[in-house]
Each structure stands twice: as C-alpha cells, then as structure tokens.
Design a protein around this ligand. Sequence first.
Ligand code: G
Ligand code: G
Ligand code: MN
Ligand code: NA
Length: 254
Amino acid sequence: LQLETDLRRAIERDEFRVYYQPIVSLASGSILGFEALLRWQHPERGLLNPTDFIPLAEETGLIVQIGYWVLYQACRQMQHWLVNHRNTSLEKISVNLSVKQFSQPDLIERIGQILNSTGLDAKNLVLEITESAIVENGQAIATLSQLQELGIELSIDDFGTGYSSLERLYNFPISVLKIDRSFINPISTDKRNLEIVEIIVSLAHKLGVNVTAEGVETKEQLTFLQNLNCEYAQGYFFSKPLDNLAAIELIRHC
Ligand code: G
Ligand code: G
Ligand code: MN
Ligand code: NA
C-alpha cells in the first residue's frame, strides 16, 4: 500500500505540519490557547487532513510515533510563545491523544520526558481524549489520574458522539468537555440540537467541568453559547487552524 509506505517515511522526510486553532474565552473574548492539529504535506497529494490518514495511522500503530512527534512540536512551540510573548492571555496548548497512544504502558513517562525536554510547565498542557478512547481502556481512570497528578489538564473530545455512561463520566478526573461540532453547527436552525447543547452544558457545570464548544461559525451560535455560560469556543467564526507564523501574528495582536 503506497499510502502506508509514505506514512512510514513521513516523519523522517519532515512532511508533517502542526496547525493551531485558537480557543477563545467567552467571558473575556481573549485567546486562552490553541488546539494543535496535524496536517501532512504529502509530496504528490498536497496538504492532507487527519481524516485522510489518521485511520491508517491507527491501524498500523504508526499513530503512536506520530502522536509523540505532534506532542513534542506543540509543547516546544508553546514554550517558545510563552517565553517570547509574556503579556498575552495565552495559557493552554491542547493536543489530541489517539486511542492507541492513550493505552501505551509508557505514556506517562514519555509525556514527562517531552515536558522536561521542551521546558513546558504541565499546567500549560491540555490533552484531548475521546470518549471512545476512555471507554475502550480498562485503565483509563488510573491513567487520567496520573496525568492529572502531573498537573496536565484533561479534556474529553467529541463529547456527545461516544457512549460513556453518566456513572463513568462522573468519575473521570477531567476539567473540560468539548462539545462535538456536529451539535453546534446546526444550532441556529435545529431546536433538538440546541436542546442537546443546553443539556451538555448544564451536565458539565453540575459536574464542575468547563465546556468548550467546537465548530462555532456564526454570531448567533456564539450568542446562544454565551447565554448558556459556556466557557470556551473554537471555530471558523474566530479562526480556522493556522500555521505557526499566522498563529503568532494573532497572538501579537491580542
Ligand atoms: O484538523 P481537522 O478538523 O481536519 O482534524 C480532524 C480530526 O483529526 C479531529 O477530530 C482531530 O481530533 C484529529 N486530529 C487532529 N490532529 C491530531 C493529532 O495530532 N493526533 C490525533 N490522534 N488526532 C488528531
Ligand atoms: O479535534 P477535532 O476533531 O475536533 O478537530 C477539529 C477539526 O474541526 C479540525 O480539523 C478543524 O479544521 C475543524 N474545524 C474547526 N473549526 C471548524 C468550524 O467552525 N467548522 C467546521 N465545519 N470545521 C471546523
Ligand atoms: Mn480535538
Ligand atoms: Na472534536
């Protein structure tokens, strides 16, 4: 399989890129941080999105190595921004952890090494883990607790699309729920989705957890979320994912 061969060589050929999408604090309107999003600059196919190659990377196990590469790049970039731009609102870099990566026995050790070598404080790192990654892992709560003890913040990604029981959710040591963009996108038109978002926000707040709404594209969606006291938002209304140069321009001007 050509794509698999290409994927195996992509790291050594330096073809991966990390893009950064701002996450905005709705109370202040300032940038809390960025989510690091992987892209692949394929020599023939052009710039590929994760949906084009993450499934293959998961299947082949290459996602583990790629995931640590992203984590290292994102932590190093964030530390650089924090050192060089002290008077900004910038606080958090969010990085996605795949199902496979999350269940690696040396996860805690590897993350500790990356924080050490980049100099980034654990409090500036957020790890995004999907509901399914947590449900599929019998050691999930223990692993999440160890990450939390390091000072790392934990966020459940794509919330609402998985199937974690409320009983389990109650026990997850997490601090943020990210509402999947499929619920946000139609909120200005679809009453049912609007109610689901309302329920998720109130559930999160009852659990003492903050909420990030993904996929915010319109002013109406933003106003709706502000009225629910949703804490953070992300989406094309604020900015698409940016390369590091565009991201730094944004930080300079806020
Ligand atoms: O950037 P985009 O919206 O195309 O990303 C699509 C999906 O790929 C998102 O759900 C995101 O969580 C996932 N993704 C993006 N970057 C990474 C990464 O570095 N690691 C993993 N495991 N998933 C990622
Ligand atoms: O981790 P996650 O799968 O949620 O990653 C977010 C993905 O959603 C990224 O690939 C990003 O490009 C995409 N995205 C970000 N903001 C928006 C938005 O406002 N609308 C849509 N349709 N997609 C978005
Ligand atoms: Mn994510
Ligand atoms: Na998501």
